[in-house]
Design a protein around this ligand. Structure first.
Ligand code: HEM
Length: 167
């Protein structure tokens, strides 16, 4: 009988993400001390100050990218399933972290318009998450054609999102 596979780090990172919006799937943040006195903790929907890391959304995108590249090398290797599933789990955390940190409006949108802009973004990140879950299932089934097809749709999710949200 098949067992439900729950990535061991997922609940921890997701909880951290929901609490602070600052945990990203690239790793459980090594900045364990959190904000120092007088520092403002970043809230979901905000970008961090420009700096070394460029904000939570940027970090989550970099993590998606790193794992997508890694997965590309594993597409025709069913024997590398465990490695692929680990990458998928990390991507799911990154996508949820992105969901929690939508971009600010580049056009000075406010109120309902800004909400609509960010709501569409969030739905797209959920779609990315769903596609990655499908990819996990395809790796489990060992169906190489399905794996490649779903990987391509992940690329399409990315392109559509970037066409709208990166000017
Ligand atoms: C697996 C899917 C995706 C991957 C691998 C990915 C990858 C990336 C990468 C590498 C960057 C940094 C680009 C740079 O700095 O030059 C980026 C930025 C960005 N992406 Fe994605 N992306 C994905 C999906 C999406 C989707 C679906 C959306 C919109 C709904 C989106 C919106 C953005 C935005 C707004 C930025 C700029 C954020 C920032 O760097 O501060 N991405 N993405």
């Amino acid at each position: 009988m098949s067992k439900l596979r729950i990535p061991t780090l997922a609940p921890i990172a997701l909880a951290a993400t929901l609490l602070g919006g600052a945990a990203i799937a690239a790793g459980i943040n090594s900045d364990a001390q959190g904000p120092q006195e007088g520092e403002q903790k970043e809230q979901p929907g905000e970008h961090a100050e420009e700096g070394e890391h460029g904000g939570v959304l940027h970090e989550s995108m970099e993590s998606l990218q790193k794992n997508m590249k890694g997965l590309r090398r594993l597409l025709g290797k069913p024997e590398a399933k465990e490695q692929a599933l680990t990458m998928c789990a990390e991507m799911e955390m990154s996508a949820i972290s992105g969901f929690m940190n939508p971009p600010e409006s580049p056009d000075g949108l406010e109120g309902a318009e800004l909400r609509a802009y960010q709501a569409d973004f969030k739905k797209r990140m959920l779609k990315v998450t769903e596609t990655i879950i499908d990819l996990e299932l395809a790796f489990d089934s060992g169906d190489a054609d399905a794996i490649k097809k779903i990987y391509r749709s992940l690329g399409a999710n990315k392109k559509e999102g970037h066409d709208i949200y990166i000017k």
